[in-house]
Write a protein that binds this ligand. Structure first.
Ligand code: GLN
Length: 469
């Protein structure tokens, strides 16, 4: 099994202890050995990675570092399936901007990681190509939807990976697998080439072994992109600049709504341990309130499904992707293609989304959900008047068992309660491991105001280092 962070392998590459080619070979061996039991990757192209490795420029910030890419982020010449039958045979003709930027920083995109179909899910079990097992807790889900990216990093099958986060899909699987997941501010990383699920919420970000690596990958992938009209023109900084600086006097807000008795004991213990640790580091913990916390799940599932129903209308059997055979006319072609190509969760969301947008119901559901979204954003604006960062759980419980049929879709949706707010408000958030004795991997989440990733990473780094002591 491969271990070591980006900075570890950078040093090894630079001092000649290993060549980029050997590093690719090493990762490929690790994938070949461990993927049959985990299903973290849907495919990997060793030859293409070796060709890149042969010309790797080690002077670049990610020179020679292979990075795994979630299956909904376009990788030129490779399948981009979104773990769906609908796109099973689709080969992307171009690279997502985040992938282009990784390559410009010297990284080698390597492998397509498994996920919930079209990024809809929390456990990785909605993949059309089988569930992913959690290497840090075998027999349990790795979280989702970036299930394969988190499992690959946790299981020594990737040094780092890209995921996407619409309602928690980077932070929650990172937490369930005991690794770090960073969702940047909406607009910080271009969405060009990310297959759209809910465009106003989707954001690409890194899943890594530690906070420093998250900063390194974010440095590489961020920045304005003319190809994404929602990408921000705000200037980028060196997000690693404040790593190692102290956090004395930093005000950490603790939402009273997050101290729910419904949280698992390990989750509450992780929160308490983080509060103690941050206090020891000189931060000030202040209680804050997010009054609309209870409404976020309902608002999110209305907005996300509405946008999904629109975005996924392009998968019609005509333009690209799967097409049903022997159909009788156009309507039959559309309906049989979509019936066969999409899995049950995707269909559920398309139906829900179409309903909440339909005439007569739009005002009652979609318009109201948008109002709630504004109120949630307002809660954060008020909270960040009193606090520099916000601390909370990532999920109410550690990873459930694989194939736990007692969990209804609604219960699954409710488990996103702590990650969704950052997406509704467009805020950056990070999940870092906070292991509790005798428990499955448990993480802790920090949220920051828009574009305050440098502060977020400084605090996350300080907490990570102190928790490891
Ligand atoms: N679990 C959430 C959902 O199913 C979040 C998914 C995501 O962030 N892509 O919608």
């Amino acid at each position: 099994m491969l271990s070591g962070t980006i900075s570890h392998w950078r040093k090894q590459l630079q001092n000649g202890s290993i060549s980029p080619t050997e590093l690719v070979e090493e990762i490929a061996r690790s994938i070949e050995t461990r993927n049959p039991a985990t299903n973290a990757y849907l495919s990997w192209n060793k030859e293409a990675a070796l060709a890149e490795a042969a010309k790797a420029d080690l002077s670049l910030p990610l020179g020679g570092i292979p990075v795994a890419i979630k299956d909904n982020i376009c990788l030129a010449g490779e399948p981009t399936r979104c773990a769906s039958r609908m796109l099973e045979n689709f080969v992307s003709p171009y690279n997502a901007t985040a992938v282009e930027k990784l390559r410009a920083a010297g990284a080698i995109p390597f492998g397509r990681t498994n996920m919930d179909e079209f990024a809809m899910g929390s456990y990785g079990e909605n993949s059309a190509f089988g569930a992913t097992d959690n290497p840090a807790a075998p027999g349990h889900v790795p979280g989702g939807s970036s299930s394969g990216s988190a499992a690959a990093v946790a299981g020594g099958m990737a040094i780092a990976a890209l995921g996407s986060d619409t309602g928690g899909s980077i932070r929650q699987p990172a937490s369930h697998c005991g690794v770090v997941g960073l969702k940047p501010t909406y607009g910080r990383v271009s969405r060009y080439g990310l297959v759209a699920f809910a465009s106003s919420l989707d954001q690409i970000g890194p899943i890594t072994q530690n906070v420093e690596d998250a900063a390194t990958v974010l440095n590489a992938i961020c920045g304005h992109d003319a190809k994404d009209s929602t990408s921000s023109a705000i200037s980028t900084e060196n997000f690693a600049a404040e790593l190692g600086q102290d956090i004395k006097g930093l005000r950490i807000g603790l939402p009273k709504e997050y101290l729910s008795s419904g949280n698992d004991a390990a989750v509450s213990a992780a929160l308490e341990q983080s509060i103690r640790t941050l206090t020891d580091l000189g931060a000030e913990i202040t209680e804050i309130s997010l009054p609309h916390a209870e409404a976020v799940v309902a608002a999110y599932y209305i907005i996300a499904c509405a946008e999904a129903s629109s975005n996924l209308s392009r998968f019609d059997g005509i333009r690209y992707g799967f097409r049903a055979d022997n159909t009788a006319g156009l309507d039959d072609l559309y309906s049989r293609t979509r019936e066969t190509g999409f899995g049950p969760e995707v269909k559920r969301r398309i139906i829900l989304g179409t309903y909440v947008l339909s005439s007569g119901f739009y005002d009652a559901y979609y318009a109201k959900a948008q109002k709630v979204r504004s109120l949630v954003a307002g809660d954060f604006t008020a909270a960040f008047g009193q606090a520099d960062l916000i601390l909370g759980p990532v999920a109410p419980t550690p990873a459930p068992r694989l194939k736990d049929t007692s969990l209804s879709p609604l219960q699954t949706y409710l488990s996103d309660i702590y990650t969704i707010p950052a997406n509704l408000a467009g805020l950056p958030g990070i999940s870092i491991p906070c292991p509790q004795p005798g428990s499955l991997p448990t993480g802790i989440q920090l949220l920051a105001p828009h574009f305050a990733e440098t502060r977020l990473l400084r605090a996350a780094y300080a907490l990570e280092q102190a928790l490891a002591r």
